[in-house]
Design a binder for this molecule. Structure first.
Ligand SMILES: NC(=O)c1ccc[n+]([C@@H]2O[C@H](COP(=O)([O-])OP(=O)(O)OC[C@H]3O[C@@H](n4cnc5c(N)ncnc54)[C@H](O)[C@@H]3O)[C@@H](O)[C@H]2O)c1
Length: 213
């Protein structure tokens, strides 16, 4: 079994790489990552010498490079964690979010169609559902909740989800999508809410609070 994990030098992707190599020692895990500001190759240092692990520095938007990698590795499964994922940055500069999150997803799925896989998994976010009112703790999101995005980040993730569904319906690509809530834990990038709050608290700095009008 060979799995291509994109964005594996980031926060959740690296934890997934560690989990898979530990839980399924026979699987081959190929990590594809562009190493943007959010990617940290040193995070993967503990597994770099594992013979069942390979790291490839590559942009998921690089169609030629992605096809070459698929040809070499012939993956069974692709798990796409690679994304621009910081809401504030998406408000300042949406373009890279549309490129990576939507067009990059398209390149990966085209490669899956061309070379054949058993499953393409898209890591999405609950942010595609928008916000719940603070005074209605009885409400929650389900798979049937309508998409109601509120930032270029969540819109780009929702756009990618729709494209993934289109590849399933149009081409029969075997796909799954997960829309998790906020994660926190080891290797979390310091600009994200929980590490930022902890770091600011420790440094006696103000704690930024976000709200929607
Ligand atoms: N962190 C959360 O709480 C959370 C919650 C819900 C969903 N998600 C989703 O989970 C996924 C991973 O999130 P994260 O917090 O680990 O993100 P992260 O920013 O820590 O990591 C993203 C990784 O993707 C890589 N990357 C970015 N653009 C790339 C490109 N064009 N080609 C190849 N690699 C590229 C980066 O170098 C980095 O290593 C994202 O798709 C995100 O939308 C995250």
């Amino acid at each position: 079994m060979t799995i291509i994990v994109t964005g594996g030098a980031g926060f959740i992707g690296s934890n997934f790489v560690f989990h898979m190599l530990k839980t399924y020692p026979d699987y081959r895990i190929v990590c594809l990552d562009k190493l943007t500001y959010a990617g940290n190759l040193s995070t993967l240092a503990p597994v770099m010498d594992n013979p069942n692990f390979r790291f490839v520095k590559l942009d998921i938007c690089d169609r030629e490079g992605v096809y070459k990698l698929f040809e070499e590795e012939k993956p069974d499964i692709v798990v796409n964690f690679a994304a621009e994922s910081h809401v504030d940055r998406s408000i300042e500069n949406p373009e890279i979010f549309l490129q990576t999150n939507i067009l990059g997803t398209q390149v990966l799925m085209d490669a899956c169609r061309k070379y054949g896989i058993t499953r393409y998994h898209q890591v999405s976010t609950d942010e595609v559902y928008g916000d719940l009112p603070l005074d209605r703790p009885d409400l929650f999101f389900t798979e049937e909740t309508p998409i109601h995005t509120s930032s270029p980040y969540s819109s780009s993730k929702a756009g990618a989800d729709l494209l993934v569904m289109a590849y399933y319906r149009t081409y029969g690509l075997p796909v799954t999508i997960s829309r998790c809530s906020n994660n926190y834990g080891p290797y979390h990038f310091p600009e994200k809410l929980i590490p930022l709050m902890i770091a600011n608290t420790l440094a006696d700095k103000p704690l930024p609070v976000y709200y929607c009008l």
